[in-house]
Write a protein that binds this ligand. Structure first.
Ligand code: FAD
Length: 548
């Protein structure tokens, strides 16, 4: 509706511009001229009034000369995300063909000054949880349309790939594997964009060794909140480079990234084993992430009050000892599953079994619960997509996802587990709970991401799905209530927990989140996006409201 109203003055002015001058010889009735002038005056008054009423609506955007296009009508699809809880309707969606399309649009909005309410949100694949890639009455940039640069893999001693900020990680994997290469650090799910995960961190089971995805980027091209296109790296415009990494989209739109690659293995030994004792479980996880010679991927998850567990795994995993495994009863106990993977090439099939046995030998899992699987590297990395396809076919993918991701210092993980897995949660039927440690030494403290202070910290991810309109324990309200209880406990017990993929609605909460780094964040924001145009959905800064 807003868009249609705003088109009105333009529709009225265009025919007027085209109107031919009357021939000098033809007599003009005086009262016709008076009526015409009156009508023109009236129409321009209406137009001016509408402009004032809807000053947030970007009429001047229509004048921009772009290779791609702005769409003012089909905007609903970008007013939702994976979280399925927030819907903020923008005024326009930019479908850029070139980097300059984005730069021109942002520069234009920058030049409109602080009195325009217009903001800009880059949207990767829309997998945010709470509207982070949305822009109420602003412009959403559909980053997946940006097809430049064409993905280019470079080999040599230090291989890398140049990609567009809107590229999906699954496409980067497919392309780099043609050259026998692959990125080093991943997320569990690959249908996410480079710009989206680099704005957060990008954490998965390889992060203990390689650090998060933001630790594996050589160079970026960024468009700042002033519409400037800037190349940056650890050696060139380094402050912008580090600001943008983990920067929640606050300092610039990533249009290009140079990602570090390594040789891609052919296959993966994928292994799961159970523990009933949390101390033993975390001791083994920490042993593995601290060892030089270890698995290539280390994660884990929690199982509370589930039965028939081992049967569920049989489809893809085989027990090492089928007889003993068949006798194992989970009995609704709280169990902790260690999940590891070892990569190998086809020429190593003889030695890999011995290698895996050697790595498993110091671990103290329940012996009957060792399960193994062997898959191709691409199938291992793209494993969550298999679940996505299944859930979509049952209509269970596009439901509310009240996820909660926490980074917990190692010294507090036992206190956390005792209360959360022992008291607050009574089962894990709403979705998986991941838990695994990472090494802080692999994170660069010059980036914007906020992490706990200790050398080892845990990612604990409550990946719940809510049943739409349920008022029971599988409904949104109940899951949000449980999340709140977990957060309240973390706060009251002073665990030093930091939220990953953070979401706050009040600036004082953001200040607490950034802690001593708040000042640096504000300085960076005022340097690269002084009008606070970018990523309004994060709700850290508000356009036209002074910094505090
Ligand atoms: P969006 O959600 O579209 O955007 C995220 C934020 O980044 C927004 O603020 C947006 O404005 C900004 N942004 C987007 N593109 C750019 C750009 N080019 N330049 C600057 N800012 C930009 N994360 C992990 O770390 N590890 C995981 O294992 C993991 N698994 C996941 C599994 C699933 C099924 C899902 C849905 C998400 C998972 N995530 C994981 C979270 C993921 O990292 C975030 O959802 C992230 O937002 C990426 O999604 P996206 O590419 O769709 O970005």
């Amino acid at each position: 509706m807003e868009v249609k109203v705003f088109h009105l003055p333009l529709l009225l002015t265009r025919p007027m511009r085209k109107m031919r001058k009357p021939a000098a010889s033809s007599p003009q009735p005086k009262n016709f001229l008076v009526i015409r002038s009156f009508l023109l005056l009236l129409l321009s008054c209406i137009a001016a009034k509408l402009s004032l009423c809807f000053s947030n609506i970007p009429s001047s955007l229509l004048t921009l000369s772009l290779d791609g296009h702005l769409n003012f009508d089909e905007v609903q699809h970008v007013a939702k995300d994976f979280g399925n809880q927030y819907q903020l309707l923008p005024s326009a969606v930019l479908h850029p063909k070139t980097v300059m399309d984005i730069a021109i649009t942002i520069k234009h909005i920058w030049q409109m000054g602080p009195h325009s309410e217009l903001t800009v949100a880059a949207r990767g694949h829309g997998h945010s949880l709470q509207g982070q890639a949305q822009a109420y009455r602003g412009v959403v940039v559909n980053m997946k349309c940006l097809q430049s640069p064409i993905m280019q893999v470079h080999g040599g001693k230090f291989p890398y790939v140049d990609v567009s900020g809107g590229e999906l990680w699954i496409n980067i994997l497919r392309e780099s594997m043609k050259y026998g290469l692959a990125p080093k650090s991943w997320t569990d799910y690959l249908h996410l964009t480079v710009g989206g995960t680099l704005s957060n961190a990008g954490i998965s089971g390889q992060a203990f060794r390689h650090g998060p995805q933001i630790s594996n980027v050589h160079q970026l091209e960024v468009i700042t909140g002033k519409g400037e296109v800037v190349k940056c790296s650890a050696n060139q415009n380094e402050d912008l480079f580090h600001s943008v990494l983990g920067g929640l989209g606050q300092f610039g739109i990533i249009t290009q990234a140079r990602i570090s690659l390594e040789p891609a293995p052919d296959k993966v030994k994928w292994i799961r084993m159970l523990y009933s004792d949390f101390n033993t479980f975390t001791r083994d996880q920490e042993h593995l992430i601290s060892s030089e010679n270890t698995f290539d991927y280390i994660e884990g998850f929690v199982i509370i009050n589930r039965t028939g567990l081992l049967n569920n795994w049989r489809s893809s995993f085989s027990p090492q000892d089928p007889l003993q495994a068949s006798q194992f009863e989970s009995d609704g106990r709280t169990l902790f599953c260690l999940e590891v993977a070892k990569y190998f090439n086809l020429g190593q099939t003889d030695t890999i079994i011995e290698e895996v046995e050697r790595l498993l030998s110091p671990l103290n899992y329940i012996p009957s619960t060792l399960f193994l699987s062997e898959v191709s590297y691409i199938n291992f990395l793209d494993r969550v997509h298999v679940s996505e396809v299944k859930l979509r076919s049952k209509g269970l993918w596009e439901v509310p996802h009240p996820w909660l991701n926490l980074l917990i210092p190692r010294s507090k993980i036992h206190r956390f587990a005792e209360e959360v897995f022992g008291n607050i949660l009574t089962d894990t039927s709403n979705g998986p709970i991941l838990i695994y440690p990472v090494n802080k030494s692999k994170w660069d403290n010059r980036t914007s991401v906020v992490i706990p202070e200790e050398d080892i910290f845990y990612l604990v991810a409550f990946l719940s799905s809510a049943v739409p309109s349920s008022t029971g324990t599988d409904g949104l309200d109940h899951i949000l209530y449980q999340n709140k209880r977990i957060l309240n406990f973390c706060e009251s017990a002073h665990l030093g927990v930091k939220k990953y993929l953070p979401h706050y609605t009040r600036q004082e909460d953001w200040k607490a989140h950034f802690g001593p780094r708040w000042e640096a964040l504000v300085r960076r924001k005022s340097a690269y996006d002084p009008l606070r145009i970018l990523a309004p959905g994060q709700r850290i800064f508000q356009k036209a409201v002074p910094f505090s």
